[in-house]
Ligand binder design. Structure first.
Ligand code: ZN
Length: 148
């Protein structure tokens, strides 16, 4: 018997999703978005796990490549049209990408959306079309690691 995606009675404590998988065997809910078990509260004594991401943020024909461990807050403060992708990594990966796409650099962290950068983003998006679902999955993993 396969799992069925269904609305959950409560929102996931990790990512806020209301859709889960109900496994017949243990009759428990698992969040469809981040994989957290419904009812397992993240331990309030644990610090919030840090999930660093490199983000690709489009504004017009340009892309900002930056990094943050709090992308929701960070992205809210940057004028942009669209979040194109996330990649797991911090400052080191960000700087690696800045070097990789140096030919396309317009200034600061902004790059022309063209050529190798377009191809790189397409690869990331092929693996996961919804960057936030991907991010919340990593957050769920980090919570599980922190509490085990
Ligand atoms: Zn969740």
């Amino acid at each position: 018997m396969s799992d069925t995606l269904t609305p959950m009675p409560d929102a996931c404590r990790v990512c806020g999703s209301r859709v889960g998988l109900l496994a017949a065997a243990d009759a428990g809910w698992t969040c469809a978005r981040c994989g957290w078990r419904l009812g397992d509260a993240p331990d309030a004594d644990l610090p919030r796990p840090v999930v660093e991401v490199v983000y690709y943020l489009r504004f017009d024909e340009r892309v900002k490549i930056g990094t943050s461990s709090r992308p929701r807050q960070r992205l809210a403060a940057i004028r942009h049209d669209e979040l194109l992708a996330f990649e797991p990594g911090g400052r080191r990966l960000e700087q690696e990408r800045h070097r990789e796409f140096a030919d396309l650099r317009e200034g600061g962290e902004w790059f022309t959306l063209a050529g190798a950068l377009t191809a790189h983003i397409a690869t990331l998006r092929a693996a996961a079309s919804d960057p936030w679902a991907l991010h919340d999955g990593w957050l769920g993993d980090a919570y599980r690691r922190a509490s085990s």
